[in-house]
Design a protein around this ligand. Structure first.
Ligand SMILES: O=C(O)c1cc(=O)[nH]c(=O)n1[C@@H]1O[C@H](COP(=O)(O)O)[C@@H](O)[C@H]1O
Length: 271
């Protein structure tokens, strides 16, 4: 998918919502456990009910991988369910020496037809560029993550006072462009999102951390929105586990609609 197509979908739906498919067999409603493939049934109902409000889906690969071969098959079936105009993110956080990254890229972009994959920058240029060699496919590079451990490395300052995440942003801009690279910036980072935006004015950000992790959607938009929106805001647990009952998908619909309504106002305010 191109950046123009993504932006056009954001305008059409008045939404920059990414629904996170962190489909945990221990958390999905119990009545689904009698189904042949409970995770598939769960994701199917979630996708059917939230697709009106979502511009992206982010299956978290760990939740599928943990189920072994069957989990990979489920992931493939779930991916095929997602309407073609909706952006798909393989949240796999990959990155290795070049020839290995090349095969990770093939797995997610050719074997499975994801639009994008999350990649860790730690191993540097040759671990990331193999993912950038596919037309209309995207790398979403970890920059400033939402978790407490992001302090351990990402916020360490060099002698000039520049935090490591900023070096990642600066250096990686020559690896790709705003047409094939996005950055992960956690919603829990408040005004630091504005600092990231100063370094990368045009790139899209994938922003997890709204909902269960307590990030503020209005702060994200205030500090992060640019002229093509530039934001995909993810919520996983806050949507998909909003109810444990048989009404889980309907409740997920309501939760995603609530976020979409808020997003519509923010788009009108800042775009
Ligand atoms: O790359 C990610 O998606 C990610 C980066 C980050 O900094 N923080 C973060 O929470 N995530 C992912 O975003 C999702 C957040 O889920 P919820 O907290 O349930 O909304 C999970 O799938 C995380 O793996």
């Amino acid at each position: 998918m191109t950046k123009a197509e993504l932006f056009s979908q954001i305008k059409k739906k008045s939404s920059f919502l990414c629904v996170g498919l962190d489909a945990d067999i221990n958390k999905i409603p119990k009545h689904l456990l009698k189904e042949k493939d409970p995770i598939f049934s769960f994701c199917k109902e979630i996708i059917e009910e939230t697709a009106d409000f979502a511009v992206a889906y982010k299956p978290n690969i760990a939740f599928f991988e943990a189920l072994g071969t069957e989990g990979w098959e489920t992931l493939q079936k779930v991916l095929e369910l997602i309407p073609k105009e909706i952006f798909t993110i393989a949240d796999a956080k990959r990155g290795d020496i070049g020839n290995t990254s090349k095969l990770y890229a093939k797995a997610f972009f050719e074997k499975m037809d994801f639009d994008s994959v999350t990649v860790a920058p730690y191993m540097g240029v040759d671990s990331v560029t193999p993912f950038l060699e596919f037309d209309e496919k995207w790398v979403i590079l970890l920059a400033l993550t939402s978790n407490a451990g992001s302090m351990d490395f990402q916020l360490i300052k060099d002698e000039q006072g520049k935090p490591l995440y900023q070096t990642v942003l600066e250096k990686s801009q020559s690896w790709g462009s705003d047409e094939n690279m996005m950055y992960v910036v956690g919603a829990t980072r408040g005004e630091l999102i504005g600092e990231v935006r100063k370094v990368v004015p045009d790139h899209f950000f994938l922003v997890p951390g709204v909902g269960a992790q307590g990030g503020s959607l209005s702060e994200v938009a205030k500090y992060g929105m640019n002229s093509t929106c530039g934001l995909l805001v993810n919520s996983s647990r806050g949507i998909i586990y909003a109810s444990e009952g048989t009404d889980f998908a309907k409740v997920a619909r309501k939760e995603s609609e609530k976020l979409q309504i808020e997003m519509k106002d923010l788009l009108e305010k800042y775009l």
